[in-house]
Each structure stands twice: as structure tokens, then as C-alpha cells.
Design a protein around this ligand. Structure first.
Ligand SMILES: [Zn+2]
Length: 270
């Protein structure tokens, strides 16, 4: 009996040493072998991951029109709302909507270079590379709820394409690469390449997920090909909040705001 116990123990230790373990920021450890296996299974058996799985293009639903999308999307976002994770260091620079005559497809979230960027939901990394179009070091994750989330301007990419990641798992480090005037995370939520305001699903006060299940109207989905007629959520919605008061709209505004935010937040941050 005792010998059997010792043999089992030795075998367990051997197994744990033999596992291909990756250490990530925040002492987050993943077994990359099992992550690869989950990703492989999903891509073979789940229609969400079989369709338009292209790892070198940002947007892949090239011929999709708004007619192909139902008037209302009903999505199961997460089994447990507490598992959702938005990278959040206490301040929003810009929200979703028109900015200086151009569409801004996501949230610009304050951070410092090297801060950890987290996966919002469970999913598989579809895109992880430097993007010449302005996103800089960029990751796109396709989730089991049918959405994709995009993370731009990172200083370092940690998660590679075709890897399964868990909600809250570090995927990269914050930076200012690509078209960026200062360190921040550009975060987008998309359904089949159509962007929508992340605050449709995120509570702007707690930065947590609003509900487990959500309905999104087709008219609120945006793409350059199918602009929505009404102006998307305006930045004023967020800048009204005292902590998010924004200075001028100048080109270097993000850099200025970064410096201001650093002073204000330093004591709270980390
Ligand atoms: Zn942005």
C-alpha cells in the first residue's frame, strides 16, 4: 500500500515537471499544451471557429452585408459575469463614437507602458501581430459567445494565434505602438467585423459585465461600409464623469491626459 502511494506520488511529480507551463504576468500560469488541444478541438467541432478563421487579417467577413445579420442579436456573453475582465486602470480617455469627423471604433483606456492586458472572455486568439494600419501590436480574440475583442497599441504580444485563452488571462503588455499619441489600450468589441459600443455590454461604473445575456440591435452595429445614420454614443457621455474630465481635443491630448492621469492615479494604481 505504502509503495503504491510512493509510486503514485513520484508519477504525479514527474507529470507536473513534464508539463509545458508558461508563466505570465501576475503569476498567471497556463499549460500551453492543453490550451492548444482545446483550441484544436474547438476549431474542428465548433462552427464559430471553423468559419472565416484567418490569422493574418484584422477583419475577415469581407462580403458580409447587414442583410445577413438579424435585426436583433441575442448573445450569451458568459456563463458567469464575474469571469469577464476588462483591462482597466481607472480612466477612460475616449469612448466609442465619432471623433474629429472619424469613427472611433472602441475605448481608449488609460495605462502605463508594461501594464498587463487581459483577455475579456474565454476564446481563441485569431490575430496577434504588428498591424501597419495603425493598431500597432494588436491581438484579436474570437470568443465562444460569437464576439471578437480587439486590443491595440501594445508594447508586447504574449498570446500567439490559435491559442486558447481564458477570461482574465494576460495576453500582452500595454504600450503606444502604431498610430498612438501616448500609452493606452484601444479596446473594441465586434460582431462579424461590425463594431459596437463596448458599453452596450459593460457597465461604465463598475467596468464589469452588465448581464449574462444581452440583445444588440443591428442598427447599432457599425462598419465603414454600413455607417449607422444616427451618431454613435458620444464621448461626452464619459467625459461628463468627474474623473474622466478631458482637456482639449488637440493632437497630443492623449499624451497630456496620460501625464495628468499618472499623477492622479499613481496612488491608487497597483
Ligand atoms: Zn482608440
Amino acid at each position: 500500500m505504502r509503495i503504491q502511494l510512493i509510486i503514485t506520488l513520484v508519477f504525479c511529480i514527474y507529470l507536473s515537471i513534464g508539463q509545458n507551463t508558461t508563466s505570465l504576468p501576475g503569476n498567471f500560469k497556463i499549460h500551453s499544451d492543453s490550451a492548444k488541444t482545446i483550441a484544436l478541438n474547438l476549431k474542428q467541432n465548433n462552427v464559430l471557429f471553423k468559419e472565416r478563421w484567418i490569422t493574418n487579417d484584422l477583419f475577415v467577413y469581407y462580403n458580409l452585408t447587414k442583410n445577413d445579420i438579424p435585426d436583433t442579436l441575442h448573445l450569451d456573453l458568459s456563463e458567469d459575469t464575474s469571469r469577464f475582465k476588462l483591462t482597466w486602470y481607472g480612466k477612460l480617455f475616449f469612448g466609442y463614437g465619432m471623433r474629429w469627423g472619424k469613427m472611433h471604433h472602441g475605448l481608449d483606456i488609460y495605462l502605463e507602458i508594461g501594464d498587463t492586458i487581459y483577455a475579456a472572455f474565454d476564446g481563441i486568439v485569431r490575430y496577434s501581430k504588428f498591424n501597419e494600419g495603425g493598431y500597432g501590436n494588436c491581438i484579436i480574440i474570437r470568443h465562444l459567445n460569437g464576439l471578437e475583442t480587439l486590443y491595440g497599441h501594445m508594447s508586447k504580444l504574449i498570446a500567439s494565434p490559435n491559442t486558447y485563452v481564458y477570461a482574465g488571462q494576460p495576453i500582452g503588455l500595454g504600450g503606444s505602438t502604431g498610430r498612438s499619441d501616448g500609452p493606452h489600450l484601444h479596446f473594441e468589441t465586434r460582431y462579424k467585423d461590425f463594431s459596437f459600443d463596448p458599453y452596450t455590454i459593460i457597465d461604465s461604473k463598475s467596468q464589469g459585465l452588465k448581464t449574462r445575456r444581452i440583445s444588440i440591435l443591428k442598427k447599432d452595429l457599425y462598419s465603414e461600409r454600413y455607417p449607422i445614420t444616427t451618431s454613435p454614443t458620444k464621448i461626452i457621455k464619459y467625459s461628463n464623469r468627474k474623473s474622466n474630465a478631458l482637456p482639449s481635443k488637440s493632437k497630443q491630448s492623449i499624451r497630456k491626459k496620460t501625464n495628468i492621469a499618472r499623477k492622479k492615479i499613481k496612488s491608487k494604481h497597483k
